[in-house]
Design a protein around this ligand. Structure first.
Ligand code: BG6
Length: 487
């Protein structure tokens, strides 16, 4: 992909964890690949923990370089990448400092991108300070999650940012939307005539969407303890995946056509009835356990976490979509930290054949199922029944596999790289529009409120398992089970 879109990419939080692990490595990869970033494009890092450009570049060398190119760094590309980087020392608490930023970017070329890799409490002050020196013109602003803590606080941020930037200047990141397999889901659904006719209540019995992590809260105990899995993963990543799985075919792939269809799904989510919450929502918290033989401590003993914390590290939900396509089909969503495996996948369970001339086993037996694995090892697997070789008509489950890395050996792109290129090139389709975000909060909030009001602690699960038993019981009520429980 060749580009001539010049840009000035201003990175707030230039010495933060996200800049170190994701943003600068992604920009480097785009630079190294050649042709993706205009030669004249500049990166202006903003931070206060470095005295000047030389000190900042030293920090980049020490902290960012270890995170780029797993197979070794291309030194020539690294040196030319560093040449793109400028540095401005700003105390974000001091709006007067922004005059220096204005002077630093005044003569730099192209569209200005302001990436706010900072805590959300700084979003509004930074926007005001940018406007006070006229930097909101001809600019795009990128907001990292979490964008707010609930509907009210997210609206407050969106209102304040919206006074300074128009909606089409605002890029709200949900990095799941930048993942290659999530893009592939769109290709699978809307590029093949095979699946779409079956993608509806008449043929689909249930759908599972899981994002399971082996990692715990790492160094983010303090943040996580005030957030929990529902806000951290469900309100954004899981509901975005759900909306892509369930949306109607958009009329085109332009940003608003796709986002309009996702919004329709989010607005059609059946509100959770507070009296039924025990049947449709499970929250859990991990206790001490072991991941692949290595002991790990309980969540409540992690640094930054309160010893009597009731924050959930696991959520499982039964969700329904109130429209003609999906009425009555349960969507089971699940996410958690310190689970038995790191896996993100979507399981579409099709209905069994209405009558089997081949015997009862043909009605179930792990067939009629599509499993879309997003990570690790992106694959699509279609389970069917086949006759076992030999005498008699004995059936067995077999599968057709599509392993993407066997087809496409090159060109894979990390989520952040794709999303940053989209911001620079003005493509909004993979960013969350304000109305989508509001609809997601509106649906999630009653669950949060009910959990808070009930004062019930989350259900315990041992680290290294698949979460509390109640998550399995919830599916058993519908005559089904999580995919790994079948094996
Ligand atoms: C982030 C969450 O948005 O997504 C983290 O804040 C989580 O808690 C991460 O670990 C998971 O992303 P990925 O790409 O590793 O699946």
């Amino acid at each position: 992909m060749q580009t001539d879109s010049s840009f000035t990419f201003v990175l707030f939080g230039g010495t933060g964890d996200l800049s170190m692990r994701k943003i600068l490595p992604a920009l480097f990869e785009a630079h190294r690949a050649g042709g993706m970033l205009a030669d004249s494009g500049k990166i202006v890092a903003v931070a206060r923990h470095a005295a000047d450009r030389a000190e900042y570049l030293q920090w980049v060398n020490e902290h960012v370089k270890p995170h780029v190119s797993k197979n070794g760094v291309d030194e020539a590309a690294w040196t030319s990448f560093l040449a793109r980087i400028e540095f401005v020392k700003i105390d974000l608490g001091n709006p007067e400092d922004f005059a220096q930023l204005r002077d630093a970017v005044r003569d730099l070329p192209g569209i200005r991108v302001f990436y706010l890799a900072t805590g959300p409490s700084l979003f509004v002050p930074i926007c005001h300070a940018l406007a006070s020196v006229g930097l909101n013109e001809n600019a795009r602003i990128v907001l990292e999650k979490p964008l707010g803590y609930d509907l009210k606080s997210s609206n407050a941020i969106n209102d304040a940012v919206g006074e300074i930037f128009a909606e089409e200047q605002i890029y709200r990141i949900d990095h799941y939307l930048g993942k290659e397999p999530v893009q592939n889901l769109l290709a699978l659904r809307f590029g093949n005539a095979l699946f779409e006719p079956l993608w509806r209540r008449e043929w689909v019995e249930s759908i599972q969407i899981t994002i399971a992590e082996e990692l715990g809260v790492e160094a983010r105990g303090d943040f996580y303890d005030n957030t929990g899995a529902l806000r951290d993963m469900v309100q954004n990543h899981l509901l975005q995946l759900l909306s892509i799985v369930a949306m109607e075919p958009p009329h085109s792939m332009d940003s608003d056509s796709v986002r309009d269809e996702k919004l329709r799904v989010l607005r059609a989510l059946k509100p959770i009835d507070p009296n039924e919450i025990g049947k449709v929502a499970v929250r859990g918290q991990y206790h001490a356990g072991g991941i692949r033989g290595t002991p790990v401590p309980a969540y409540a003993t992690e640094p930054g976490v309160k010893a009597d914390s009731t924050t959930e590290t696991f959520v499982a939900l039964k969700v329904e979509i109130e429209n003609w396509r999906w009425a009555g089909v349960p969507f089971f969503l699940r996410t958690g930290k310190r689970l038995a495996d790191r896996v993100a996948e979507i399981v579409v369970n099709f209905r069994p054949v209405p009558h089997s001339a081949l015997g009862v086993s043909a009605l179930r037996a792990g067939a009629n199922r599509l499993v879309i694995r997003l990570q690790p090892n992106e694959t699509i697997r279609l389970y069917c029944l086949a006759k076992q070789p030999g005498e008699g008509m004995n059936l067995a489950s077999v599968h057709l596999d599509l392993a993407f890395d066997q087809f496409f050996r090159e060109g894979q792109m990390e989520a952040y790289q794709r999303l940053l290129l989209d911001v620079i090139n003005g493509r909004l389709a993979l960013f969350v529009r304000r109305d989508e975000q509001e609809a997601a909060w509106r649906w999630v909030e009653p669950i949060l409120n009910e959990w808070m009001a009930s004062h019930k602690p989350p259900k315990p699960y041992a680290a290294g398992t698949w979460g509390p038993a109640a998550a399995s019981a919830m599916l058993a009520q519908h005559g089904t089970c999580w995919l790994e429980e079948e094996n």
